[in-house]
Structure formats: structure tokens, C-alpha cells
Design a protein around this ligand. Sequence first.
Ligand SMILES: [Zn+2]
Length: 321
Amino acid sequence: MLLNEQIDELWERQLREWQLVRDNYAALDGLHTREVSIPTKESLQDSRIVLQYNPKRLRSSAANIDDDSIKARPCFLCSENQPHEQETVVWDGRYKIQVNPYPIFSRHLTISALEHTPQRINGRIADMMQLAKELPRYVVFYNGPQSGASAPDHAHFQAGLCNELPICNELFNASTSLFDANSQGIFGVITELGRPVFYIETSSLEFGEQWFNTLLNALPIKAGHAEPLINVLCWCDGGSWCIAVFPRRKHRPACYGTDEDHFVISPASVDMGGLWAIAREEDFINLTLHDITIIYLDVCMSPQDVEAISENLRQYYYSKR
Ligand SMILES: [Zn+2]
């Protein structure tokens, strides 16, 4: 049976047999949302940001992810600590795919390594691409261990529906500064959407992997960190892969907190993609386009650093020709 069909079956079974999942996905339908748009200079369309008031996400946006807190808690991705209702589809003998019981998307999956091993992207982009190909309606996403992963000690991706994540419809039309373009694909950077994004579009798994790894090597790694601060989105559209890599400078914005004028918001891949799941009602009501712009500027890599890395990548490809 195709993976897609196995997931559809898993979906129906979990919805039928697991009350928590049934309730939480039913609640998702009734959540309040509102939209703002980041104006772009060169694209035909502005960049949409959908705000979703989602109180169940407080466990994620306010999670303690320091080393001591992580060591002290049972890992919620390891099978022995999961609810007995949680079922699994094993993929490629290395990952288990499960229904995420605390959804942002109307179909939201967690895809975790079978073994308890640290969250690292190195060597896993081909897995993301293959998963995206086998799950055609889904966008597969990765949060780095210091850029939004709530289980930095257990390797995992998540997946949601492409048509619920605004940026999946925006990158094709955005103005891309190219580093390389040939018959197999393009690689460049898009800076006009309010948050910088390195973008690969390719029909070749090898080229996608190669370009991604070159980018990964070009990004800085902070002292004490195992990899660059990044969020990654990967989806497959009509036989071509789209990979969006958001370089970050930090996880939580300066305005993170419960004081007045502060927000309990910890942006990760989905927020970078233009869907902000907001756990506190006052944040949902108060957040303005200006706040969103400031938060993106604060947590994303600076325009100067993005330009310096872009220049290195341009020269790298020029030297290889
Ligand atoms: Zn684990």
C-alpha cells in the first residue's frame, strides 16, 4: 500500500479510536483566525500571515527546552512514553509516522526516528525530500534543536497540509536572487517577504541534497551548538521539490514573555511559513503587522549576514563552472 494510503487509514483509525485526537481536531475547525499581509516590493502578491488562536499550543510555545529540563522529562517521542492509543506507520524501517494530537493543521503528522537520537538535519534532507514525494499534499518541516524543536534530543520532522501554509503558494512568484540555475533546478535567496529564505526548487534529489548541504556548510554555527540555527520546509509539487531554509539568529524574540507588551510566541518553521499558532488570547488580539515584522527581524539572520553568505554561495558556484 502507498504511504499516502497508509496515512489516510492511520488517520481514520486514530480519529475513530482516540478521544483526545477526535476532540482536538474538531476544536481546530472552530478556532478563530485572522490575516495580515506583509507588502512586497517586486512580487505580484503580498506575503500572507495567518494568525490562529490555538490555546492547546501553549505546551509547545512556552516549553522549557534548556538541557536540564530536557534531561529531566521523559521523551514524548519515545514509544515507551507515548499514550497507548498512539499508533504508528513505520517508514523505511527508520522513522515512525504518527498523528500529532496537538494540531496546527487539519492534518498534522509527527515523523520521528525510531531510535532516541539527537535532532540533527545533517544526513536527513534526502529523507525529507523522499517523504515529501510520498506525501504529496503535505509540507514536511524541520525545526533545529535550538530553533523551535520541542524535542531537541529526539530526531523528528513534522508535516502539515501545503494549502494551509501560505508560503507554499508564494515562493514560486517571489523575486529570487539566483546563485545557480540549470536544467535540474534553481537555488537562490528571497529577501522581500519580511524574513529571508534560501530557496531550492529542483526535480533532482541529488541536486537538492547537494545544494542543501552546501548551504548548511555556508551557515555559521554558534558556540556550543551542533548545527546552524535553521527551520526547513520541504514539499513536492508536480514532480519538483521545493526546499525553503530560514536562517535564524535566535529562537525566542526579545519581546517573549508574559509582561505587558510581551508575547508568548516562539517562532519555528510553521510561523516562518506564515501560519502563527498563538496560544494566548491577548497575544492573538494584540499582535499587529508591525509586531510580526519586528519579531521576524529579531529572530531571523540579519540582512547583512544573509547578503554575505549569498555572496559566498555565488562565488562558490562561479568557481565551480
Ligand atoms: Zn526519545
